[in-house]
Design a protein around this ligand. Structure first.
Ligand code: ATR
Length: 280
């Protein structure tokens, strides 16, 4: 049986998800289709209702519908409810269920690239930004039980709101970007979650890494360009880097797993995806 999937958003023209899921179909032997579905905001309610009554097995949700989709679903997975955003929808026992695979995908991409990093619960983590992407990543990071997960953001109130997701023993200080820069040598992992540094703003860099330790991992969720200014500076300082396409790959892999219960091997896809991105 051919299973039908897709991504809804506006616009969706640049989405790499069709390419990624085509690779997953080939690797898994699952017969499927994956299409881009652009829905204009004034037609959202109508089109989503039609989509949900159709023959799709599941779909991804991207900007600007990650929150707007929620009232149309029957259930939310725990993490999607606490994050307040859905990027993956699946049909389960006749019900439409919403998940958020961004943060867990990010976490898995760190675990794959740096297999020992998450083993010891002694890491100090800094999240830069407090928007939608930061929310998913912060929620997933809290689940690791790491002792320190600080948040630095231009607008303090947004970071404070985000830190309210923390109900455990993790210490989460809210910092200005200047304070984060001054204490950058404190952290084992720094995660840049904003769009600063993304094409065409290639020269953008949210914080300077002058005081960075060489054993720190610097991660940037921006994948266009694949080497952001922040990552270049991290590499120059001798630190380890984690590029944005890895999160993209692993959040897609987790979505595919939710839909099909199949865990595809993404080892070699890292390089292929990098080539696709660089060739564009
Ligand atoms: P997304 O859902 O993609 O994360 P978002 O919710 O609009 O997007 O969040 C954008 C994040 O990037 C915010 O943390 C934002 O900071 P503010 O809360 O101060 O707005 C941050 N951001 C975007 N552009 C920025 C810039 N030029 N300088 C500093 N922070 C920026």
């Amino acid at each position: 049986m051919v299973q039908h999937f897709g991504v809804i958003g506006f616009p969706v023209g640049h989405s790499l998800s069709p390419w990624i899921h085509q690779q997953f179909f080939q690797k898994s032997g699952i017969q499927g289709t994956y299409r881009k579905i652009a829905i204009a905001p004034d037609r959202f309610a109508q089109e989503i209702t039609q989509l949900l009554s159709g023959d799709m097995h599941g779909f991804n949700v991207t900007v600007p519908y990650k929150e707007a989709i929620i009232p149309f679903l029957d259930e939310l997975a725990d993490n999607a409810a606490s994050i307040g955003a859905v990027n993956t929808v699946t049909k389960k026992d006749g019900k439409w269920v919403g998940f958020n695979t961004d943060g867990i995908g990010f976490l898995r991409s760190i675990g794959t690239r740096f297999p020992d990093f998450l083993d010891e619960l002694d890491k100090k983590i800094l999240i830069l930004g407090a928007g939608g992407a930061a929310r998913g990543i912060y929620a997933a990071m809290l689940q690791t039980g790491m002792p320190v997960i600080d948040i630095a953001n231009r607008t303090r109130a947004s970071a404070e709101k985000l830190s309210q997701l923390n109900s455990g023993n993790t210490s989460s200080a809210v910092l200005s970007l200047e304070d984060a820069e001054a204490s950058i040598n404190k952290y084992d992992l720094i995660i840049q979650t904003t769009s600063v540094g993304m094409e065409p703003d290639d020269e953008g860099q949210l914080v300077k890494l002058g005081k960075l330790r060489t054993n720190t991992i610097v991660s940037d969720i921006v994948y266009k360009p694949i080497m952001t200014k922040l990552l270049k500076q991290a590499e120059q300082r001798g630190a380890r880097i984690h590029q944005g396409h890895l999160m993209l790959l692993h959040q897609a892999r987790y979505a595919f797993e939710i839909w099909t219960e199949c865990k595809v091997d993404v080892q070699s896809m890292d390089i292929e995806l990098k080539a696709v991105l660089e060739g564009r």
